[in-house]
Structures are given as C-alpha cells and as structure tokens.
Ligand binder design. Sequence first.
Ligand code: G6P
Length: 612
Amino acid sequence: MCGIVGYVGGSRSIEVLMEGLQRLEYRGYDSAGLAVQPGEGRLEVLRRVGPLRELERAVAERNGGFGEVLAGIGHTRWATHGRPSEENAHPHVGGDGRVAVVHNGIVENHAELRKGLERRGVGFRSETDTEVIAHLLAERLEGGASLAEAFGEVMEMLEGAFAVAAISADEPGTVVAGRRQSPLVVGLGEGENFLASGVPALLGFTHRFVLVENDEMAVVTRSSVELRRFGGEPVEREPFEVDWDPEAVELGGFPDYMSKEIHEQPQAIRATLDGRLGEDGMVDLSEVGIDLSGVERVVVVACGTAYHAGLLGKYFIERYARVPVEVAVASEYRYSDPVGDPGTLVVAISQSGETTDTLAAVDAAKGCGARVLAITNTRGSLITREADGVLLTRTGPEICVAATKTFVAQVVALDLLAMELGRSRETLAEERLRELVGELRLAPERVQEAIESVSGRLDEASALFEEARCSLFLGRGVAYPVALEGALKLKEISYLPAEGYPAGEMKHGPIALIDERCPVVALFGSGIHREKTLSNVQETVARGARVVAVAFPDDEEASGVASVVLPVPRVPETIVPLVLTVPLQMLAHEVATDRGLDVDKPRNLAKSVTVE
Ligand code: G6P
C-alpha cells in the first residue's frame, strides 16, 4: 500500500518519477504527489487527490514545465491515516517547506511524536502519521544536522513499518531513504540513480538494483549510493541484476492489464514448470533446500487469492503425500498462538512477498519451531529473506490489482510441492508420479484452449448479471476453492456481492438468496463431485435461478440446467482447477467492463497490503 519513488540525475527527472508512480499505482490510488528541487535552495510540491492522471494533468498544466530538476521524490497513496484529500496527500513538508517526505507504511507512535512536536510549537497541516517525520527532520536540519544525519536519527525514533524518502532544499542533488518492514530498492544508473518501493517501477530505466534491508538507509546522489544503518555504520552490499523485460509491464495491445495477464497464463504456467519437471518424469524441487522427507504436517498461510491457492494445495498434498494440511488466513494465524515443531512445514504463499500479515505469520511459524517454505512471485522480496526455502512462481510482474496469472502459477507450484512431498515420503508410486507429471505438462495448452473456448460466450453470460443484486458461485471438491476465487474476482472488480460456497452446503443458508436476480455460477468438474453439484444446481433452478455453467463441452446434463455454458476442455483432475478458473476470471472482467469500471484499479483495494 502506497508506493514511493525517488530520482537524482539529469533532465529526465519528471519522466522517471511519473513513470515510476504509474508502475506503482497498483499499490494505491487515493492521491499522488511529487516534490522536486527545481534549483538550488528551493523545493516545489505538487499533489492531487484521485488517481495519478490527476497529477499528470497538473504537471502538464504547470506554467512553464519543470525543466531540469536536481532531485525528486514521488508518492502514490492508499489512505490509512486521514481520508484521501490534498492536505493528506504526500509529500508532506516541514520547516516552512524546506524538507519534503514520502512514506509507505504506518508510524505506530505518531500520536506521541505529534504531541511532542505540538508542545514545541509545530503546527500540523494534515491528519497523517507521516507529517511527524517531516517536522522531526526539519527540527534537526534547523539544528545544523545534515539531511543524512537527521534522517537516520528520525528513523530510529519511529515505531511500526515504513519506507520513507526525503529531500531538502538545502542539500540539492541528494535523496535519502530508509526502511523497516516496508520494501525499498535502489536502482543504479550512469550519472543518475533511483529508488522505489519495487523493482518493476524502475525497469524502464535500469536493471541493476541494491536492496535496502531493515533499519538501513541509502544516501543517493547522481554519482553515488551509500548504504548505512540508521545509526550511521556503513553497509556494503553487492548489486543484483533483474532480467524482467520492461515490456512485461506494458499493455502490449490489450485494453487493460487484467486481460493481458489472463492471456499470459499459459506462459506463466510454462515458466513455473520450467526446469522442475525432469526428463525422467520426476519432479525436481532441490532448489527449495528443505528436506521434505521428515514433514509430518503442513500448514498453509496466505491472504486473499493466495489463500484460495492454498486451499487447492491442501487437496493435492493430502492426496499425494498423505500428510494432514491446514490452511489458515495469515491475519488469523499470526495471533493464534500456533502449534508447530520441526516436523511442521509452513507454506507461506504471497505473490508480492511483502503482505504484512503473511510476513507476520512466517515469524509466528518460526517462533514455534516450524520450517517455512515461501511461494512467491517476487525474487528478493521480504518473504524470501525470512523463509527457510523459496519456490518462485515465474509469471513476470502482475500489475492488475486482482490476481490472475499468479493464482494459477501458485496452484502449479503447490501441485509440484505435493508431488515432491509424495515422492519423498514414498506415498506416491513412481508410476503414478510420472502420470501426474505428464498431466501437468499439458496444463499450458489446456489453459490456452479454455481461454479460447470461453471468449465467444462472455457477452451472453455477462448479460445475466446486468440486473443482478448478488450471485452465488458453487463447486465441490477442487471446484470449491475455485468457486471462492471466482466470487472474489467478481466482487473485487465489479462490486457485485458474490458468495463462493460448497455446492452441498448451499441448502444451509445461501439458497434463501436465490431468485432471478441472483445468478448462479456452477462449476462442474468430473466424477462424484460433478454429479452431486448437478443435483444442487437443479435445486437452484427449481427456485428461479439462472445458471452459468462452467463445464466440459460434452456434459449435456450441465448444459441442460444452464442458461449459458462456458465450455472448458476435458482434462485430468490435476489440472481441473486451472481450466475452471479461467472462465471465472474472464466473466468477472466482462461484467466489470460492461459496468464501465476500471478493472485494473478497483476502488478501495491495493495490490500489496503492507499494513495490518
Ligand atoms: C491483496 C490483493 C490480492 C492478493 C492479496 C494477497 O488483497 O488485492 O489480489 O491476493 O493482497 O497478496 P500477496 O501479495 O500476499 O499474494
């Protein structure tokens, strides 16, 4: 939540800051702002409420343009303290506007710090927790400290999670930034340097990065980057290269990132399988570096979409490895006084690798002696540094707030883990394992077929939602977590109430919702679950429901109960959840665009939730 960016260099300052913000906008879009040094001894701040385009307009309309600025910082906000307004927008300034600050995270002791400042006569202009940082810096700068000295001192006074960047009118060409818990990277250039909340923000400008660790800060000029602890001790760290293609964060002809990312799913699955399925028909997860043979229990912790992937993981792990699996929402697990030991493997799933609750769950898991495996899409993210082992999904950056390609990649990663656990615990015979591996290899193609076969039917399916006041997503077995994920996608981007339910449980409550304005989305897999779902769906039809069936094309009974069928290729059970997921993502996209909504930036949400 909230994105920060900083730049020191030549003539492209505004371009870098604005493009960086655009690529960080998924982290929040309540307001956006810039602070720049247009010349020695001056700072200029521009802030606007609403999405980044409002700030873009203000930059374009600014009389005379900015020209070459010496340094700058930028911010895109997801409001925590104080409603979205211009006063609460970052950057915040202190010392009569001579120092400016942007911040991602929460300063937990801000009230106490604010009281102290007010007692010393400082007036506040906003309701934010951030403004205290600006005033504390100003006090120290006025007392003669350098920006870097003042910054380190103030960071040490803060409690909570934060990444902060600051510039001062009196130190042209310098940006300082530091962090605790919230993410921050420094990008390295020639005659220019950058910083941002995440690598994707800077991929258009550099591929070389240095991580800033907890309680560290960077002093950045156009020709140098100096890392130090808040207390001042210097830190040496090697830079790393990121090979993500900057085009991966362009739209490439798609109308929005969500469609682009839905269509990238076959490739995301292929990349996640790459090198992990051996010629011998076995799974190779040696990269994880955790001995899986001693695992006696698995606990999956995650939030949002990643939690739904975890629910699917439970099916596969229990089936192949015969170990009990619990799946916990990370925000609950972290405060649950969890039970664990070295035989417990905690699998923490997080696309971003920076979700606060998931990181706290990892801490809690380590605290009770469990081993932690992180499944994440973000190399070098906070979770990769906390976990004992890491399994990367390799989808490339996901920009749309609603997760799509990272979900299918997480499911594939969990599938691989389940197979490897089964092999190492000798609960999965070699022959069966080879069969499963063979099935998994088909996933990219089958998901591609699902995308194609559903495309022509979306209009008709979306029409059922035109007058809807709510909707029900029903499934059983592996189709149940998919139903939960489908309902989440729809409510996230179309704001239509949607409930995901196990079809068999529907009679214990949700059936009361059914009428012609509550469409039912029914997921038909195969086998016993399909048969039972069919009777449950018939019960809703008898009560006036209109049904969208996601079913195999030759499933005549499913077609018989449905108003619209979204056909998916008939596949083995291992990859059923993948092909059932695709139509639900595409349906949510269609319903939301038919309602004229911005699918990439749904209201009130942010892609990574870095506050509790
Ligand atoms: C937010 C996003 C969701 C995501 C969840 C967990 O709520 O909007 O799309 O599933 O966070 O994020 P993570 O990065 O931990 O997977």
